[in-house]
Design a protein around this ligand. Structure first.
Ligand code: ASP
Ligand code: MG
Length: 452
């Protein structure tokens, strides 16, 4: 039994939802039961809802109401196309319950002129509540018996509104008692992703992109054999298509490799959101809902059994390199602690670190506090800063077995001035820092060498 999670573009309109229905029908025919379905809001709706809340908070009541009306129209139109008969009336009424609630909130916000995170969650959750209502009704109407599950009854979170953390034990219990019986009864449970509720019953959300997280939680809760993330791309690519003309599709990779690639900018899905699945050894597959027969990318705990070469390249632009040198501190203990305390004080994350006997070089992504950081470091060291640098990262579990690959990576880049080089203890990536201007060329060289 599998769990299907559909992203915003895969439920964007009736055409997309019809594709979803056929994907679900095929899985059902193949497996004899399931799947459990988790959906995002229709694309653009979460942004729209947050915009409505912002306008209302600025007392732009007319604007907020007219945007709400547009959101209503879009959902009603989809419902009309996908659902017929008495079920259509029921669905229209369900949509209006959510829209009426939104309207009441808007009016209150425009008087109060203040939007709390808790209220924002009630508003943002409406996108997934609406899309999941429509998908459940559309499936049933197309002959796939489905049942809407209120995600607020299934995903239990802490009360950190707008980016709440699910409570594993409570959520599992709810999924077992609310979702399992629906599957056992031969129906398809349909839940909105991204949405949950606190122990006290207040609506919460898991943060932007949180529907993937919901998909993984549901997969873990119902012991799925696979979690499928249906999106609008073919899977994870060997390199950024904005830099490399024809990157390859990565057919299989490990969770750890996916985490490295995403950290450096591959955006398909955030691996931390699929952690609940990986912890239970449930494979996660990324698939394109426009090409349902393609294999997509499979992410598993162990990764590819063959490990034939590098898995992918990733990069991060606009990083800043800070060199911290202190001959006075030569061989002194406590130096690194003092250095990193400064970064901690200014809440700035350090990406990469290299050291020599008398100097430390670090890269940071967030340059907002650079001036203050430099000032603080200058109290005990010489500091220089270089902006407009890039990180280029070659990722592959294969680096653990074949050290010569690391040498090849650096060798291929021989004409490119490298500012820093690092291979971390995991020996899963080689990362170099170079001038931004050299990045495209360096990427091309590496891609040519390892992926052609
Ligand atoms: N709808 C939410 C968002 O736009 C969650 C998701 O789609 O994953 O961030
Ligand atoms: Mg997403």
């Amino acid at each position: 039994m599998v769990v299907h999670k559909f992203g915003g573009t895969s439920v964007a309109d009736p055409v997309a939802i019809r594709r979803l229905i056929e994907i679900v029908r095929a899985a059902r025919t193949r497996d004899g039961r399931g799947p459990a379905v988790v959906v995002s809001a229709m694309s653009g709706v979460t942004d729209g809802l947050l915009g409505v809340a912002a306008s209302a908070g600025e007392s732009k009541l007319e604007e907020a109401l007219s945007r709400t009306q547009q959101i209503r129209e879009r959902h009603i139109a989809a419902a009309r196309e996908l659902v017929a008969g008495p079920a259509r009336e029921t669905l229209h009424a369900q949509i209006d319950v959510h829209i009426d609630e939104l309207t009441d909130i808007i009016k209150a916000l425009s008087v109060l002129r203040e939007v709390s995170p808790r209220t924002l969650d009630v508003v943002a959750a409406i996108g997934e509540l609406l899309s999941s209502r429509i998908v459940a009704a559309a499936l049933t109407c197309a002959g796939v018996p489905a049942e809407w599950i209120d995600a607020r009854q299934a995903i239990v979170t802490n009360d950190e509104h707008t980016r709440a953390t699910p409570l594993g034990k409570e959520t599992n219990e709810r999924l077992r008692s609310n979702v399992r019986p629906v599957l056992d009864g031969g129906r398809v449970p349909v839940l909105g992703g991204f949405v949950g509720a606190t122990v006290a019953g207040h609506t919460s959300t898991l943060g932007r992109g949180g529907s993937d997280y919901s998909g993984a939680l549901v997969g873990a809760g119902v012991d799925a054999s696979e979690i499928q993330i249906w999106t609008d791309v073919d899977g994870m690519l060997s390199a950024d298509p904005r830099v490399i003309k024809s990157p390859r599709l990565v057919s299989q990779l490990s969770f750890a490799e996916a985490a490295e690639l995403v950290y450096f900018g591959a955006k398909v899905l955030h691996p931390s959101t699929i952690l609940p699945a990986v912890e239970r050894n449930i494979p996660v597959r990324i698939l394109n809902s426009w090409k349902p027969d393609a294999d997509g990318t499979l992410i598993t705990g162990d990764g590819s059994p063959t490990r034939t070469g590098l898995t992918g390249l990733a990069s991060k632009r606009d990083v800043t390199v800070i060199d911290i040198t202190s001959t006075r501190m030569l061989m002194a203990y406590g130096f690194l602690r003092r250095v990193f305390e400064v970064f901690e004080r200014f809440r700035t994350a350090v990406d990469m670190v290299t050291t020599s006997e008398v100097s430390v070089s670090v890269t940071v992504d967030d340059a907002r506090h650079i001036d203050q950081i430099v000032e603080a470091l200058s109290e005990f060291a010489e500091v220089s800063v270089e902006r407009h640098m890039s990180l280029l990262c070659a990722v592959g579990d294969v680096l653990q077995d074949e050290p010569e690959i690391a040498a090849r990576v650096v060798g291929v880049l021989e004409e490119v001035p490298l500012r820093m080089i690092s291979q971390a203890a995991s020996r899963r990536n080689i990362t170099v820092v170079l001038r931004q201007a050299d990045l495209p060329h360096a990427m091309e060289r590496l891609h040519e060498e390892f992926f052609k």
